[in-house]
Write a protein that binds this ligand. Structure first.
Ligand code: DX5
Ligand code: ZN
Length: 218
């Protein structure tokens, strides 16, 4: 029912040419820009923060889909909202008061997303479902690009789609997605597709349009 969206993850971009890498996926018809923020605490890797995001925000009007892999997260919501996030997704595992965190995101005028790690059941979010605009099913353990898709994620996508029912909530999937498995995740109910290495791998802008097209087509 919801439109299909392709969200390239700039985690796999060449950071020395980040502005050009963002412009290239915009030119290649990306729908969203997926921004992976990692703190070296909630996940075992550090990526970049709000100042980097604020700089690239000036390059495009495309929605910024900000995936916060940080804990604590509440003290930084305002910062990422001000830096130009459109969707702010927090992890259900990242703090003790998920309901309050989701309400705080909406109070900032942003779409509220909730992400679930591979080990976290979909039932974790059944009591906050009316506070969310997007559910993100992690199909790898968060922290790194280029990992292998976990097949059980398809079960969780179907459960999340059932939980969503007739509500206007996007269902996003993130990790290990490419032309070979995108059809399966869409059939399981996903409508927002994150792709890092399957678009940015090799960091050759000449390939991006073809790769995004291949994912959309599959
Ligand atoms: C992983 C990140 C993903 C990552 C996806 O922690 O949340 O967004 O960049 O990269 P691929 O598509 O290469 O698995
Ligand atoms: Zn992500």
């Amino acid at each position: 029912n919801r439109p299909l969206r392709i969200a390239p993850s700039i985690l796999s971009a060449d950071f020395a040419r980040l502005g050009d890498e963002v412009a290239a996926i915009v030119a290649a018809a990306a729908d969203y820009i997926h921004v992976d923020v990692m703190d070296g605490h909630f996940v075992p890797n550090i990526s970049f923060g709000a100042p980097v995001m604020k700089s690239i925000r000036l390059l495009t009007d495309k929605p910024f889909d900000v995936h916060l892999m940080i804990s604590p997260v509440d003290p930084y919501l305002d910062t990422f909202a001000s830096a130009g996030a459109d969707i702010i997704t927090v992890h259900a595992e990242a703090g003790p008061h998920l309901h309050r965190t989701l309400q705080a995101i909406r109070a900032l005028g942003k779409k509220a997303g909730v992400a679930l790690n591979p080990a976290t059941p979909v039932s974790t979010i059944q009591h906050v479902i009316d506070e969310v605009d997007l559910i993100l099913i992690m199909s790898v353990n968060p922290g790194f690009g280029g990992q292998t898709f976990i097949p059980d994620s398809l079960v969780k996508l179907r459960q999340a789609r059932d939980l969503i029912g007739s509500r206007s909530i996007d269902l996003e999937v993130d990790g290990g997605i490419g032309p070979d498995n995108v059809r399966a995740v869409v059939e399981a109910g996903a409508n927002v597709i994150v792709a890092g290495s399957s678009i940015y791998g090799g960091n050759d802008p000449a390939t991006y349009a073809g790769r995004i097209h291949a994912i959309r087509d599959a």
